[in-house]
Write a protein that binds this ligand. Structure first.
Ligand code: CA
Length: 240
């Protein structure tokens, strides 16, 4: 499951959110102010941030603006929490780049539903949902990959790194991922590995898909990177 950074200065609320999300299987890190939040973000990029508006030091809105302006953190999904309910404040929060907005007091169930909705839209691989594309199916819960339809499914043996790589690719079919994006998503942000490593694992992934004849689903996009296609082979570039 994904990693959530909770930025909240009221310990009771932070603890309630953290307990609830951990119970759902998320890895949770709590920061009590803007400085601690920035330190956490600098260390590991989370899959989602729950961000309180009123914080000591820089406010949640200031943090949201800063993260949206930085290419490294621009894409991180953000849910803002606030005691304010005025329409102008809601608009300011969304203008600062929040994906969603929750007014205190809220129920843990409501926050959970919003988190899942935002992740489904922005970072589906952070949820342990099975992903299907074409005849290929990947199930993060059982860590299984299979190909086929109905009862005629072939189980494929996919190594752990290739599994994560396939998960990221399948979560965004047709999207071109650069090698550096794949390094960040699969190996972790701040891990310094040569981009050629990606090519090595793409090659292994294709070998793992080959018994089902599905190696063409991972396409090389010349000069750009890789993409997953549900219906391979239509327009040329292929699994070269
Ligand atoms: Ca607060």
């Amino acid at each position: 499951m994904g990693r959530v950074l909770v930025v909240e200065d009221e310990p009771a609320i932070a603890e309630l959110i953290a307990l609830n999300l951990r119970h759902q299987g998320f890895e949770v890190v709590v920061a009590a102010d803007a400085e601690a939040a920035q330190a956490q973000i600098d260390r590991v990029l989370p899959d989602l941030v729950v961000l309180d508006w009123m914080l000591p030091g820089a406010s949640g809105v200031q943090l949201a603006r800063r993260w949206r302006a930085d290419p490294r953190t621009r894409e991180v999904p953000l849910i803002m929490l606030t005691a304010r309910a005025a329409e102008a404040d809601t608009i300011a929060g969304l203008d600062a780049g929040a994906d969603d907005y929750l007014t205190k007091p809220f129920s843990p169930g409501e926050l959970q539903a919003r988190i899942r909705a935002v992740l489904r839209r922005r970072a589906p691989s952070a949820l342990d949902l099975p992903v299907e594309a074409g005849a290929l199916r990947l199930d993060p819960g059982s860590r299984r990959v299979s190909h086929g339809s109905g009862g005629a499914r072939v189980e494929l043996k996919v190594g752990p790194t290739e599994f994560r790589l396939l998960h990221v690719l399948m979560s965004h079919p047709e999207r071109v991922h650069t090698r550096s994006q794949l390094l960040n998503r699969v190996w972790g942000d701040h891990v310094f590995i040569e981009e050629r490593t990606v090519d090595v694992h793409v090659k292994r992934l294709r070998e793992a898909l080959a018994p089902a004849g599905a190696q063409g689903m991972v396409e090389t996009v010349r000069g750009a990177g890789y993409r997953f296609v549900a219906q391979p082979g239509a327009d040329g570039e292929g699994a070269a």
